[in-house]
Design a protein around this ligand. Structure first.
Ligand code: KIV
Length: 295
């Protein structure tokens, strides 16, 4: 329960999120991919993440390694145009922070030049060198540990992480190394609830969970999941607050049926000619000279 009195906030900043964490206020982060949908959750949430989950929900890939820097920039530019109030964070795609420090800085810095407030990247201790370099360039960084979708091939699928002693201890260690490297927040995906609670308790930066139980500083809601827009199997941690896929399908089939039966568009949805023009076009007849002049 928040102990903070609700004040209208024009723009959410990293220091504000850190204060809210200290005040015990739970944070909410939603994903955003375009300028039309991004404003829908914006007034109710604290962080807007242009996630590489766009690879799944927008591009139809089975996983996120195929997502490129260009795809991320394309989505980010669209979301920036919606002028979000929430803190805007963009996800660094696979291979965009692995090759060299220089490339990593350019890719993360490119997000800030496009209007993001921070970059997010997956990985623990192995990525520290890259992260220190970005932080040194005044680029705030959000981490992501546990089930890291870009490591799907190493994990052998999307599996809960941190169930074994060595895995759980490594995750705790990594979380602290990331905090020391000045990350401002940390996503914990697909780990047991007890481990989330231990990590969250022992860190001063906010933790943001997904599929990781209730004991965090905040939760991620993936836009298409919350709206029930994805078809097929839904993991148990994925809440659908409405059946969007079915609702959109029904609305569009009603629209299509109205077009087919001639009910749409009708007089209400049509423009009319001013007086006199109707008569002129009714009296028009094709003539050879007109035809050649027009060409
Ligand atoms: O890409 C994404 O949407 C994410 C969240 C699930 C944290 O990384």
């Amino acid at each position: 329960m928040s102990r903070v009195s609700e004040q209208p906030v024009d723009r959410i900043t990293i220091p504000l999120l850190q204060r809210w964490k200290q005040d015990g206020r739970r944070l909410v982060m939603t994903t955003a991919y375009d300028a039309v949908a991004a404003p829908i959750p914006d007034p109710s949430v604290d962080i807007s993440l242009v996630g590489d989950s766009g690879g799944n929900v927008c591009f139809g890939f089975e996983n996120t390694p195929p997502v490129s820097v260009a795809m991320m920039n394309h989505h980010l530019e669209a979301v920036v145009r919606s002028k979000p109030r929430a803190l805007l964070v963009a996800d660094m795609s696979f291979l965009s922070f692995h090759v060299s420090v220089e490339e990593t800085i350019r890719n993360a810095g490119g997000f800030l030049q496009r209007g993001a407030a921070a970059a997010k990247l997956e990985g623990g201790g192995k990525r520290i060198e890259m992260v220190r370099a970005i932080v040194d360039c005044e680029i705030p960084v959000m981490g992501h540990l546990g089930l890291m979708p870009q490591s799907v091939n190493v994990m052998g699928g999307f599996k809960v992480q941190g169930r074994k002693v060595d895995e759980a201890l490594r995750l705790l260690d990594d979380a602290h190394r990331l905090q020391e490297a000045s990350y401002f927040a940390l996503v914990l995906e697909g780990i047991p609830a007890e481990l989330t609670a231990r990590v969250s308790d022992s860190l001063t930066i906010p933790t943001i969970g997904i599929g990781s139980g209730p004991d965090f500083s905040g939760q991620v809601l993936v836009f298409h999941d919350v709206l029930g827009q994805t078809e097929g199997h839904r993991p148990k941690f994925v809440p659908a607050y409405t059946e969007g896929f079915q609702q959109f399908h029904d609305a569009l089939s009603r629209g299509a049926a109205d077009v087919r039966r001639g009910a749409f568009p009708g007089p209400q949805e049509s423009y009319r000619l001013p007086e006199g023009v109707g008569e002129a076009i009714a009296n028009w007849a094709p003539s050879t000279s007109n035809y050649h002049e027009r060409r």
